[in-house]
Design a binder for this molecule. Structure first.
Ligand SMILES: [Zn+2]
Ligand SMILES: [Zn+2]
Length: 415
């Protein structure tokens, strides 16, 4: 018997706040029960469920596909007016690889930072410049292509579909859904026709907003919370059916057996999505240091420079070429100087051991920029408060030794 494989590529989790109720861990349990080997997350406009989703999927031995259902302004994300011609549509984006993940993060962030108008919005132009590594699906009835089908404007739907095909370099699919709605039957028919005419492939999805069919009731209550209505209000906004659940592959095949290609494409897409997080690997950028210097030598130099500027006992070294060795030699003959140098050396050795050299250089750099440009920075706290390295770098303004913070000297100095 033919194995009926199906991957859900359009799925909202609890992270589609007040709109979807499926908890990530429960979704995975159910997916496992249903024999699925891959599943996507496509929350509305956000990616903050991705890590939890990824981990929960891996725990169940299921391949996670990261994505997002973004909002696209028809003209421009920069227009923030009530403008019908710039209405907002849905679009599902799925991550194929590392580049796609980077692009999706940019898209989602830019939508919130620059394009926010009721919803975090992006536009065609921005998508065009950030489409590498992503697969796009035309989304629900709220998708741009479908919106024209609903207006009986096939030509415009086709034009927009071809535009998306171009934006995503052929990685664009026409979604077909069936939640028992009349509009969907019509849109599906039109998308099938459009696919035949343009060669844009079809993909079958279910717009998952809860896990089990029976959850539609509690999901309905969630909708009431979102819209501040009660379940007794006959005029409230509610979902048109109880079909927005995590359907089994068999159920999906039953619904769409007449367009096999749309079902098979879910597996094809899933196979192309291969992004993995690298947890516990430092992604800290390397700080560019002057040629011929190692980052730790550079950090040491800046610290010693800061030391002679900040402590009177080193004043003879001011306005001379910096020599770490001379300062260290001098400290062996001066108790106060020795205390400072010993503390600094100890801290630098810890920073080196822990691999935090670049972290300190980066922090030094932006605090210096702030100080040089009159941007207030506060006294400086955080994990390295009370550190002489932070003090000599100018990151903090409080002399840790003045308060003798938590440092037991080894008394190795000769004095
Ligand atoms: Zn949608
Ligand atoms: Zn959706």
């Amino acid at each position: 018997m033919e194995q009926k494989k199906f991957t859900h590529l359009h799925l909202h989790t609890e992270y589609s706040l007040l709109d979807a109720s499926g908890k990530v861990k429960d979704i995975m349990k159910k997916a496992k029960e249903l024999g699925m080997d891959s599943i996507a997350i496509t929350d509305h406009g956000v990616m903050y469920g991705c890590v939890a989703f990824y981990k929960a999927a891996k725990e169940q031995g299921i391949k996670p596909i990261l994505g997002c259902e973004v909002y696209v302004a028809a003209k421009s994300k920069d227009i923030k007016l009530n403008d019908k011609a710039n209405s907002t549509h849905h679009l599902v984006l799925l991550v194929k690889n590392e580049i796609g993940y980077q692009n999706l993060m940019k898209i989602v962030s830019t939508a919130s930072i620059e394009g926010f108008y009721y919803k975090p919005r992006i536009d065609h132009e921005y998508l065009k410049n950030h489409s590498e590594g992503l697969i796009a699906l035309s989304a629900c009835l709220g998708g741009e292509v479908q919106s024209y089908h609903l207006k009986d404007n096939y030509e415009k739907a086709k034009e927009v579909a071809l535009l998306y095909k171009d934006i995503f370099n052929d990685d664009f699919y026409l979604e077909i859904q069936n939640h028992g709605m009349e509009e969907q039957r019509k849109v599906t028919e039109e998308n099938i026709r459009l696919s035949k005419e343009t060669g844009i492939p079809l993909v079958a999805t279910n717009d998952v907003h809860y896990i089990n069919q029976k959850d539609s009731e509690s999901h309905d209550v969630l909708m009431c919370i979102q819209t501040a209505k009660t379940v007794d209000d006959p005029n409230r906004r509610r979902y048109p059916s109880d079909q927005f659940y995590l359907k089994s592959p068999d159920e999906m095949w039953e619904m769409f057996s007449y367009v096999k290609e749309a079902l098979e494409n879910t597996t094809k897409i899933a196979d192309q999505c291969n992004f993995d997080y690298e947890f516990h690997v430092s992604k800290l950028p390397e700080f560019p240091v002057p040629e011929g210097k190692t980052p730790s030598a550079y950090l040491e130099e800046i610290c010693y420079g800061g030391l002679i500027e900040r402590y009177d006992v080193f004043k003879d070294f001011l306005n001379k070429p910096l020599s770490v060795k001379e300062i260290v030699d001098y400290s062996k003959k001066n108790e106060k100087a020795c205390e400072y140098v010993e503390r600094l050396e100890y801290e630098l050795s810890v920073i080196n051991q822990m691999g935090f050299v670049d972290y300190f250089l980066i922090t030094w750099d932006f605090i210096k920029f702030a100080n040089d440009n009159g941007i207030p920075t506060g006294p400086g706290r955080g994990s390295a408060a009370g550190s002489i390295v932070a003090f000599t770098l100018g990151i903090t303004k409080i002399d840790p030794l003045k308060y003798n913070l938590l440092f037991e000297r080894k008394q190795r100095c000769a004095v």
